[in-house]
Design a protein. Structure first.
Length: 462
């Protein structure tokens, strides 16, 4: 939740040649908790903005009169907005100059105040402008943190992916993202959301493989009180929570067949009905789905509805596996090492050329997620400023022969095993190498957690 509490750090500049206006604005805004400076000419106001930036004391908001003795308020506006990280600008005007103020808003002013104005109106306009400014900056930070900055790589495959994402953000079409587990499908979905018009609205993600039938339906569409045993209170669904934003349906290929027509109707009609309810609610949601399965094959085999497939498959994006872009591995390693060091409060380590070459030569069946875990583990466990090959090579993976993975443990080279026993041993080996972490083991195996749990129960490995 965003809580806007403005403290003395928020700095406001008032530019007006009338002493009474400067005094009124200064007194009212200071009592509201802001730091306030004043200027009585346009040139003095511009100089204050430029000087504040140079001293690391930038203004968050500038009030400027349109009619000034030297340069007019529109000139002040243009010069202030031309600076790096410009403040929000609000124009002050007398009634006959309202048309000029409107023209100023087209040039980039956030709002205007018409003289005479009272303290309450001044406080409201200032608060609203600063809230909008803070929200805009937070959205920009989210776009950087959750979107493009994490799509790391200079390979042709990544360049093509970024180009496609750039085109998709300009539309509101449904998107189906496909790719192996651990390739970063959710990062792509976030980049689409935070790069588009819905960036200021919710981005809500749900793993469709983690919940079965009725539980997933309740999560997506909500339920009314008494809809089923245990429904003691009504619950809002994720479609409603994501209104005017984006709903990311991960592992869409795992969705039970009976629930698929319910999802299809919601997408077609733009309406949802909670479980056990009778009233429909209109929603405006962009849906982005992701899968590590071949959904087209699922349609052919009757496991996925063809009409839902085409509803989701308006724009298709394929995220490349890490093994297809080994040249990007060193960039990812450097990024993950720096992030892990910050997270764990340790100095950022250097990584030897031999280690980077070895890492680039590995197959990484768990893709970027597996690489990130390997780098974080090395940063945490090594405890020294220089990381080499042996810091990254887990048990069972050769550290002397790049690209060569140790064979599965077996009783002997000539032992013939059933596929079931071979799979059981491989699942156990991967789980052990991941330290019992089922999420990571599932990523390495290329399956979701639900499927891994089923296999563990099947083989008595719980």
């Amino acid at each position: 939740m965003l809580v806007f509490g403005f403290v003395s750090a928020r700095r406001i500049l008032v530019v007006d040649d009338e002493h009474g206006i400067r005094s009124l604005c200064g007194d009212v805004l200071r009592r509201s908790g802001y730091q306030v400076e004043t200027a009585e000419t346009g040139n003095a106001g511009v100089a204050a903005v430029l000087g504040g930036r140079g001293a690391g004391r930038r203004f968050d908001l500038v009030f400027t009169d349109i009619n000034l003795p030297d340069i007019d308020g529109l000139t002040v506006l243009e010069r202030v907005l031309a600076t790096d990280e410009p403040p929000t600008v609000i124009l002050i005007t007398a009634f006959p100059s309202v048309d000029t103020a409107v023209r100023g808003m087209k040039l980039g002013a956030r709002d205007y105040l018409t003289k005479p104005f009272g303290p309450d109106e001044l406080r409201m306009v200032a608060r609203r402008a600063l809230e909008e400014d803070q929200l805009r900056r937070q959205n920009a930070e989210l776009r950087d943190e959750l979107g493009w900055s994490n799509l790391i790589g200079r390979s042709p495959a990544m360049d093509e992916l970024r180009t496609t994402i750039g085109k998709v953000t300009r539309s509101d079409a449904s998107v189906l993202i496909s790719g192996e587990s651990g390739t970063g499908k959710e990062l792509v979905a976030r980049a689409i959301h935070y790069g588009g018009e819905r960036a200021g609205k919710p981005f809500i993600a749900i793993n469709c493989g983690a919940l079965v039938g009725s539980l997933l339906e309740s999560e997506l569409f909500g339920h009314v009180r008494g809809a089923f045993t245990g429904a003691d209170t009504a619950k809002r669904g994720l479609f409603v929570a994501a209104h005017r934003g984006t709903l990311f349906l991960d592992e869409i290929g795992e969705m039970d067949l009976p629930l698929q027509p319910v999802l299809l109707r919601a997408l077609q009609d733009g309406e949802v009905k909670p479980v056990g309810g009778i009233e429909h609610e209109r929603v405006d949601v962009r849906v982005i789905a992701a899968t590590n399965r071949d959904l087209r094959r699922g349609v052919d085999e009757g496991r996925f509805r063809e009409d839902l497939y085409y509803r989701l498959h308006v724009v298709a994006i394929e995220v490349p596996p890490l093994r297809s872009r080994p040249g990007d591995v060193p960039l990812l390693v450097e990024h993950f090492a720096e992030r892990a060091a910050l997270r764990h409060g340790s100095p950022r380590p250097e990584i030897t050329t031999a280690a980077l070459e070895w890492l680039s030569a590995q197959p990484w069946p768990g893709n970027v997620r597996e690489l990130e875990n390997a780098v974080e583990r090395a940063v945490v466990l090594a405890g020294r400023p220089l990381l080499d090959v042996e810091d990254f090579a887990p048990r069972g993976r050769s550290s002397t022969s790049p690209g060569v993975t140790a064979p599965p443990a077996s009783a002997g080279q000539d032992e013939l095993l059933s596929l079931e026993e071979l799979e059981r041993r491989h699942v156990l080996r991967v789980l052990e190498s991941c330290g019992g972490q089922k999420t990571r083991a599932a990523a390495v195996l290329g399956i979701n957690r639900t499927t891994l749990w089923k296999k563990l129960r099947q083989y008595g490995l719980e």
